[in-house]
Design a protein around this ligand. Structure first.
Ligand SMILES: NC(=O)c1ccc[n+]([C@@H]2O[C@H](COP(=O)([O-])OP(=O)(O)OC[C@H]3O[C@@H](n4cnc5c(N)ncnc54)[C@H](OP(=O)(O)O)[C@@H]3O)[C@@H](O)[C@H]2O)c1
Length: 174
């Protein structure tokens, strides 16, 4: 694979039910994450200089994401279209590794196909998975699509509150 002068650290964040669901709907932010996880997530965002989301996730949090340097992955643009801080990028037409090479830390915020796409392109180095003590039995899966098995190594596990929200930190093994 071609090397670019800088290689950012790509770090994914996902909050899921214990049955691995990230949302009950396509276009709304999940309101089932704990206060402790929300704080962790907000604090973590401070160190990132770019943010990657799928189009549905962007639609669910457009107001917040418009204030950040956000890249929205979508099959709609011919290559890349810019609207203020937000760039709409077609990943089959744009070299993502090159596109992000100017950044230090890139946050990968999902949804389901985006974690998978970034991991398969080797653009996911670490993953924080928050497991909320809930069972949805329906809704969006954490990872979807793709054909490869992604291997990870657990770096740490932390209990965030009394109900047992777990914060798992993984390294992705490339
Ligand atoms: N709990 C969590 O941590 C968490 C994290 C993220 C999102 N969410 C929630 O999950 C829901 C959205 O997730 P989602 O999985 O439905 O959608 P998503 O991944 O945010 O967006 C899906 C869209 O992204 C684009 N896309 C995905 N893979 C692509 C590829 N390989 N090439 C080109 N475009 C690609 C496509 O847009 P086009 O149709 O424009 O081509 C696709 O329709 C929302 O409710 C959101 O709030 C929860």
């Amino acid at each position: 694979m071609k090397k670019f002068p800088h290689s950012p650290r790509f770090i994914g964040f996902v909050a899921a039910s214990i049955d691995g669901r990230i949302s009950l709907t396509k276009n709304k932010l999940p309101n089932c994450t704990s206060e402790e996880d929300w704080k962790f997530f907000q604090n973590s965002m401070k160190r990132f200089d770019a943010f990657v989301v799928g189009r549905n996730t962007y639609d669910s949090a457009a107001k917040r994401l418009q204030r950040r340097n956000t890249y929205v992955l979508s099959s709609r643009p011919k290559s890349m279209e810019e609207n203020g801080n937000v760039k709409f990028v077609n990943p089959s037409r744009v070299n993502l590794k090159k596109l992000f090479s100017k950044y230090k830390n890139v946050a990968v915020l999902g949804g389901a196909g985006i974690y998978r796409l970034m991991a398969e392109k080797k653009l996911l180095d670490e993953l924080y998975v928050t497991i909320e003590p809930l069972v949805f039995g329906r809704g969006r899966e954490m990872f979807s699509g793709g054909t490869k098995t992604i291997e990870l190594q657990l770096l740490s596990a932390k209990k965030l509150n009394k109900t047992g929200t777990l914060l798992l930190h993984y390294q992705v093994l490339h």
